[in-house]
Design a protein around this ligand. Structure first.
Ligand code: G
Ligand code: MN
Length: 279
């Protein structure tokens, strides 16, 4: 086999200036440009996805607010299409600010709403983020009691000490904290025990097909036991089938989120002009 082919098949990173690298660079700067334009123009919004109680009557426990940007044609672009590209940049901090502002505004406008918002641990210490939180809490000190902040395992592991201080600092405001993508592999047990999260969200890889795969069930059971031993609430994300939901409930998961119950939507029930549920 020619050296060139072997390299392509072995997935070796392309060298500087290679066609692959410049193509990736072009793609990333296109994404960054699109997101930067949307943030500057205020063309960002939250999509809301319900998180249900695992036990009957399966009330909605809270909603997760997921940041979306609008492309120049007004199409809603989901976070997974841009978040990894902007996460490490200033733009990532601005997106976290936008998500917090939109989330607090939604909480302010709907006293019954409980809402989780995603943030990177990289945004801890970002002054604009903190100012937004303080501005809303100054108007209504109780708003924090209905806010949950989600941070991914990967971002938490970069700065565990900062996260610990951040949680200590904000907890008196009534804010709760969830560790996102739990089990995805980045967190060290030592840190996990010391960080005072309220809940974990089990990563989708331990949910997919859990009712049909013994290994997945075994791993999920271990993660749930770990969370339980620290008295954390357990949420399973990306639940798509009834079988998955039933198995997770049997294993003692508290809340379920996923397409089975509702996809993220920019038109949540409380923003609908008529109450369709009551019709
Ligand atoms: O990491 P985090 O939980 O914040 O990301 C949630 C993402 O998962 C969102 O982009 C959301 O659209 C997506 N999502 C939500 N429910 C499901 C689901 O049931 N299946 C899959 N594959 N993705 C989902
Ligand atoms: Mn999340």
């Amino acid at each position: 086999m020619a050296g060139k082919d072997r390299r392509a098949m072995a997935d070796v990173p392309a060298g500087a200036g290679s066609p692959l690298e410049s193509a990736l660079h072009r793609r990333d700067s296109g994404v960054i440009g699109m997101v930067a334009r949307a943030v500057a123009a205020g063309e960002v919004m939250l999509a809301y996805q319900p998180v249900m109680q695992a036990r009957p009557p399966h009330d909605t426990g809270f909603y997760e607010g997921l940041i979306r940007v609008l492309d120049p044609t007004g199409r809603v672009i989901p976070a997974r299409d841009f978040i990894t590209v902007v996460e490490e940049t200033e733009l990532g901090r601005e997106l976290d600010c936008a998500a917090l502002r939109l989330g607090l505004k939604a909480l302010e406008g709907n006293a019954k709403l409980r809402l989780s918002i995603n943030m990177s641990a990289r945004s801890i210490g970002y002054k604009a983020w903190r100012r937004i939180l303080e501005r809303f809490l100054a108007r209504d000190a109780h708003i924090g009691e209905r806010l949950i902040l989600e941070m991914s395992e990967a971002s938490v592991m970069r700065v565990p000490e900062l996260v610990a201080d951040f949680i200590d600092d904000l907890r008196p405001l009534g804010i709760a904290f969830a560790l996102d993508d739990f089990g995805s592999g980045d967190i060290a047990m030592r840190h996990f025990r010391q960080l005072l999260f309220d809940a974990v969200k089990i990563d989708a890889q331990f949910v997919r097909g859990i009712d049909r795969d013994a290994d997945t069930a075994m791993l999920a059971r271990a993660l749930i036991a770990m969370a339980r031993s620290l008295d954390l609430a357990v949420i399973a994300e990306a639940v798509e089938t009834r079988g998955e939901a039933e198995t997770l409930a049997t294993l003692g998961v508290d809340c379920l989120q996923g397409y089975l119950f509702g996809a993220p939507t920019v038109r949540p029930p409380w923003l609908k002009p008529t109450n369709e549920a009551a019709a």
